[in-house]
Design a protein around this ligand. Structure first.
Ligand code: ZN
Length: 354
């Protein structure tokens, strides 16, 4: 059946390049077996565009427990990592923004960093991969927000105020299963300023990883559609990282969007990390998101290179198998096109303006 180009809400490929500058030609330009993404696999898979996350890793902890092993043995409740100050985070964030700019230069026209709806449309028309510079956690921005304007000038067009960690702006959810997303206080005053500034600059605000009180504060303040780039349904998998039906209803009413996360820990009903789960958990979440959000407000949000994925997906080349599974379950071609790409493009046009 026909290959469907798709747009993706979240990947952590820049994290693979961080600290591996000497291997970046190999990692990006050569077809690899490790990780989920590289340019040849993305082109083969029909990857039309997506959000590339700038994410600041927590410093290495001596004698830390094996958190990944804990996530395969629910119930679990991982502690929130410590806050990272802007003066520590900024050099890392600049390096990652630079890696994305290098990827654009190294791609000989195959990938372009998109800063506007017009650039996004042009990429789609020409079959160029549309990369959106995104920040997953605003650690690199201080409470004076000056760095927000600097990163906007570099091409930043999407930002999540927090990862699962506190920032000066608000709190993320700890990874907990079972658990609900109401895990802490709402936005700080600086967080409210950040939301207003993102609205002014038309930087898309990402609610994935925010706790419920912060989510509600953004909903009250923001004049943009509510978006969770890579989150699933709490009713299906009661993880702190997933969205309750009340949150999904608010996203729908705002004209927003949710990207389906392929991470097994947020997909499997038992909350485990194991990857031998077949299609059922993936399709259960997708069906629930469509039921609650409507057909125009759901897309993909893979978490490529940031999580363990079901064996049936494997890496970016498995997305066409997901599309085949949607066909097998009576999704029509028009709905498949919307979920694969059309809804993300329309959302970005609503957020960024024509
Ligand atoms: Zn994430």
């Amino acid at each position: 059946m026909a290959h469907v180009p798709f747009f993706d809400g979240h990947n952590d490929f820049l994290l693979r390049l961080l600290g591996a500058s000497d291997q970046r030609e190999t990692l990006w330009l050569e077809r690899g077996k490790e990780g989920h993404l590289d340019l040849p696999r993305m082109q083969q898979a029909g990857f039309a565009g997506g959000f590339f996350a700038i994410y600041i890793p927590s410093p290495h902890e001596e004698n830390a427990p094996d958190y990944l092993a804990m996530m395969d043995q629910p119930p679990y409740d991982l502690p929130l990592p410590a806050l990272i100050h802007a003066d520590q985070a900024q050099p890392v964030a600049i390096r990652m923004a630079g890696h994305l700019m290098w990827m654009e230069r190294a791609s000989s026209g195959a990938l372009k960093i998109c800063r506007s709806s017009a650039e996004l449309r042009s990429c789609i028309e020409t079959g160029t991969i549309a990369a959106i510079m995104h920040m997953e956690g605003a650690e690199a921005i201080g409470p004076d927000l000056d760095a927000l304007y600097a990163f906007h000038a570099m091409g930043l067009r999407s930002l999540g105020p927090v990862w699962s960690r506190p920032t000066v702006f608000g709190h993320g959810v700890p990874f907990r299963f079972p658990g609900d997303p109401d895990t802490g206080p709402g936005l700080t005053d600086a967080g409210k300023d950040l939301i207003r500034a993102c609205n002014e600059l038309r930087i898309m605000i990402d609610l994935s990883h925010l706790n419920e009180k912060c989510f509600d504060d953004v909903a009250k303040l923001s004049d943009a559609p509510l978006v969770a780039t890579h989150s699933n349904a709490h009713t299906v998998t009661p993880s702190t990282r997933n969205l309750t039906d009340r949150q999904l209803q608010m996203i729908r009413e705002s004209g927003g969007m949710v990207g389906l996360n392929y991470a097994t820990v947020f997909l499997r009903e038992d909350g485990r990390k194991s990857t031998d789960c077949g299609w059922d958990p993936v399709m259960h979440h997708l069906d629930h998101l469509i039921e609650k959000l409507g057909e125009d407000h759901v897309g993909f949000g893979s978490d490529f290179d940031g999580a363990e994925l079901p064996d049936v997906i494997g890496d970016v080349t498995g997305v066409q198998a997901l599309i085949e599974e949607m066909r097998a379950r009576q999704y029509g071609e028009a709905l498949i096109e919307k979920i694969a790409r059309g809804n993300w493009v329309a959302l970005l046009e609503r957020n960024w303006g024509e």
